[in-house]
Ligand binder design. Structure first.
Ligand code: NAG
Ligand code: NAG
Length: 205
């Protein structure tokens, strides 16, 4: 006998909840961090041009962690670049490029790592990230001359004008939860991101 509509609905709800919990465990406890917290990977909104700069400074990663960059496939990409390339926003010879919209980079060596987008102008508009990966014993390597040059370059924020078509996730969460309802898939991603964020905050306090 087939379950009635309401039984089916509660099964679907339970399955969604289970999926969220699994994603949460996978995304937070196993050391995968979503880049930018609640923000998707995109040119930072004009109101927060320093979003990746701040996130890169506040995020604590460990050797063996992974970084997840989320963006609509075909609308952006992620490249890992050297310190020298990061300092000049050069994306001609990236160390690694991923463009699937759900790009996971593994932090496999201690030292500074640099990421940006190859789309024209995106790096200079602040879509660039640096993180310091500590050695397995928790100590950080001293920055090289190239690292220092790259960090100085990253700290120069883009001009805070030019409105960009950054994704509205963070703004809509900040402003008004009753705003236009996002599609269901988007809602679960936001929910997972919010739970992840809450768990990270909880772990750090
Ligand atoms: C990251 O590590 C996972 C698990 O070991 C592996 O499946 C994946 O291919 C790695 N990603 C990259 C970009 O190397
Ligand atoms: C930690 O590990 C790094 C890299 O393996 C090593 O150079 C450093 O001496 C170690 N520091 C301590 C305090 O053990």
């Amino acid at each position: 006998m087939m379950p009635g509509p309401s039984a089916l609905a509660s099964q679907v709800t339970a399955a969604t909840a289970l999926l969220l919990v699994l994603l949460l465990i996978d995304g937070c406890v196993a050391g995968t961090q979503k880049v930018g917290g609640l923000d998707a990977w995109a040119v930072p909104p004009a109101s927060r041009p320093d979003v990746y700069l701040r996130w890169g400074k506040s995020a604590h990663v460990r050797l063996g962690d992974s970084l997840m960059f989320l963006y609509p496939p075909g609308h952006d990409d992620v490249v890992q670049v050297t310190a020298r390339a990061a300092a000049r926003c050069s994306v001609k010879a990236p160390l690694l490029r991923l463009a699937d919209g759900n790009s996971v980079f593994n932090l496999t060596a201690p030292g500074r790592v640099y990421y940006t987008s190859t789309l024209p102008g995106h790096c200079r508009k602040g879509q660039r990230l640096s993180l310091d990966v500590p050695a397995a014993n928790g100590t950080y390597l001293p920055p090289s001359a190239d690292d220092l040059a790259a960090l100085a370059s990253l700290a120069k924020l883009p001009p805070a004008a030019a409105p960009t078509k950054a994704l509205p996730t963070l703004a809509s969460l900040d402003d008004d939860e009753s705003g236009a309802a996002p599609p269901a898939a988007g809602a679960s991603v936001i929910a997972v991101a919010a739970l992840c964020f809450a768990l990270l905050v909880y772990k750090e306090t």
